[in-house]
Write a protein that binds this ligand. Structure first.
Ligand SMILES: [Zn+2]
Length: 318
């Protein structure tokens, strides 16, 4: 029976040692060391098995070292490290007058009213509901007129479900996948948007995982976010700072009481806030009284402040 080459080689090595032992034995008169062919084969097999065990041990040691290294690898953020590095806003020269942005929310269901505000002043920003019937018409006309458009994003209020935030609402019960999918659909539904602000959202804007996801996508789309500030528990500012999303908070609601007197008083408060802090954001709605009071007060307002689109009063990392 012919043996495999490696076994033959090992048998030769063992024979060499036995031969040398026998030479020494003859000189020293020691007992003979005899080994049969079968025993030689067994010895070669044992040596082979030992060698195999050594190889297996070495390989498993390498594998366990690799495993340990993987366990210490850093967990990366959803966003590339570069995007969340602290950045400082490039200082801008101080404007001669304080800046005021006026955002008209809840646009998209009354085409005529939307167009009226659009023609009132090109620096008034319109925030349009997703999936609303007039969204395409208003966005198209706004682009031609140079008026800035935002998405007015419906979010769950504390009063939900008694109060429904509307079509496309983001709800706290949604899975992360559902939330992102709905937000993508909402962002896609209004053309030419530069930023987003929340409609309602007193519950959603206080929820950490949800707001982090929402602002991540806002960042990904290179949009800014204005917090309508419907709850004092809002975490929008800290999330926006963390994700380096251009951000601002609403200072004054202009027309939650729909009387000329009240709207006038709120517009004066908006001017004072801008004078105190250098800039301010007012939010109004497509009501007749808001339109009439803006039309009446804009000349006076423009003497004291500079009316600017919302994108000019948002800041990154603030
Ligand atoms: Zn709203």
């Amino acid at each position: 029976m012919s043996l495999p080459l490696t076994v033959k080689r090992r048998s030769t090595v063992i024979s060499f040692f036995i031969m040398n032992y026998n030479k020494i034995r003859r000189r020293k008169n020691l007992p003979a060391f005899r080994i049969s062919g079968f025993k030689k084969m067994m010895a070669a097999a044992a040596a082979g098995a030992l060698l195999l065990l050594i190889i297996i041990g070495y390989v498993s040691q390498c594998a366990s070292q690799k495993k340990t290294a993987a366990a210490y690898a850093p967990t990366y953020e959803i966003y590339p490290e570069k995007e969340i590095l602290p950045q400082r806003r490039i200082p801008e020269p101080k404007p001669l007058l304080p800046e005021v942005a006026i955002i008209i929310d809840d646009v998209g269901y009354d085409c005529q009213m939307g167009e009226a505000f659009l023609n009132l002043d090109k620096n008034i920003t319109l925030s349009v509901f997703p999936h609303s019937p007039c969204r395409h018409e208003i966005s198209r006309k706004a682009k031609i007129a140079g008026v800035e458009i935002m998405l007015h994003l419906p979010m769950e209020p504390i009063e939900y479900p008694a109060v429904n935030p509307g079509t496309g609402a983001l709800l706290t019960a949604m899975t992360p996948e559902e939330l992102v999918r709905q937000l993508e659909r909402n962002l896609d539904s209004v053309p030419h948007i530069r930023g987003v602000n929340n409609h309602m959202g007193s519950r959603m804007t206080a929820m950490y995982p949800g707001m982090y996801q929402i602002l991540s996508l806002v960042k990904k789309r290179n949009l800014f976010f204005v917090d309508s500030l419907t709850t004092e528990d809002s975490i929008c500012r800290s999330c926006a700072r963390l994700l380096q999303v251009p951000f601002a908070q609403r200072d004054v609601f202009i027309d939650h009481v729909q009387t000329s007197e009240f709207v006038r008083q709120q517009l004066l408060l908006l001017i004072r806030t801008a004078e105190n802090y250098g800039e301010a954001i007012g939010i109004g709605h497509p009501h007749d009284v808001t339109y009439n009071m803006l039309q009446e007060m804009l000349p006076e307002l423009k003497k004291k402040v500079r009316l600017v689109p919302a994108s000019e009063v948002v800041h990154t990392g603030g």
